[in-house]
Design a protein around this ligand. Structure first.
Ligand code: ADP
Length: 218
């Protein structure tokens, strides 16, 4: 059966950076709900218009909308290809829906990878996080990473701050994470699916650790 992984962690924990490393190592397609929502918002679709207010405030988008987004995304992935879910599930309802949608598409969850990062570090990282825009698809970088900043500028990109990376919104996203998403870890621990990864190290360290943890469970 193909891999089905969920990636759980506070905002700024490095989910998209880790995703890039996992995609190189395993045969997976990534489904990132936050990124999909930002694309819908930018395109001004009905879904985007309904979601925008919540994303701007750091709240969860209504389950009904996001569940449909998940189902359409998974339906589009060939049955023999693994999936990596980045940003879904974020509450107990979504975890229930995920089980059903995975079953309907002939899969079952292989592991839930949880990135562990203290609040102070979340706030610090998100405060210095930027997107490189205008040079191909937007990609995430950190102002402390001089090489990435130089690469973006050399490609003609500009550094932009995501609207929801403002301090007040960061605190709200973190509060939502601790209240609604973190409790999912107990559920996945009980199911024997939880793999915790320390997210305080460098991107390379975190990726190496995550790959070890996943390979050990295979
Ligand atoms: P982060 O994990 O850094 O907060 P994301 O890009 O994953 O960033 O999500 C950005 C925003 O998109 C969230 O704050 C939320 O408003 C919305 N969102 C993303 N995924 C979901 C989801 N599964 N359920 C509800 N809202 C979501």
């Amino acid at each position: 059966m193909p891999l089905a992984l969920v990636l759980i962690g506070p905002p700024g924990a490095g989910k998209s950076t880790l995703t890039a490393a996992l995609l190189e190592r395993f045969r997976l397609v990534r489904v990132a709900t936050g990124e999909r929502l930002r694309a819908e918002i930018a395109a001004g679709t009905a879904l985007g218009r309904a979601a925008a207010r919540h994303v701007e405030r750091g709240e969860l988008v209504a389950d009904g909308l996001i569940d449909r987004l998940l189902r359409t995304s998974l339906d589009a992935i060939p049955a023999d290809t693994g999936v990596l879910l980045d940003g879904y599930p974020r509450n107990a309802h979504q975890a229930d829906v995920l089980d059903v949608v995975l079953r309907d598409t002939g899969r079952s969850l292989t592991a839930a990878l949880a990135l562990d990062l203290p609040d102070a570090e979340v706030v610090r990282r998100l405060g210095r996080r930027r997107e490189c825009r205008g040079a191909g698809a937007p990609w995430v970088l950190h102002l402390d990473d001089a090489a990435a900043v130089a690469r973006c500028r050399a490609a003609g990109g500009t550094l932009a701050r995501r609207d929801d990376d403002r301090p007040a919104v960061i605190r709200q996203r973190l509060a939502v994470y601790r209240a609604e998403t973190e409790p999912l870890l107990a559920r996945y621990r009980a199911a024997g699916l939880l793999r915790v990864v320390d997210a305080t190290g460098s991107p390379t360290d975190v990726a190496a650790h995550a790959i070890d943890v996943l390979a050990a469970g295979q």
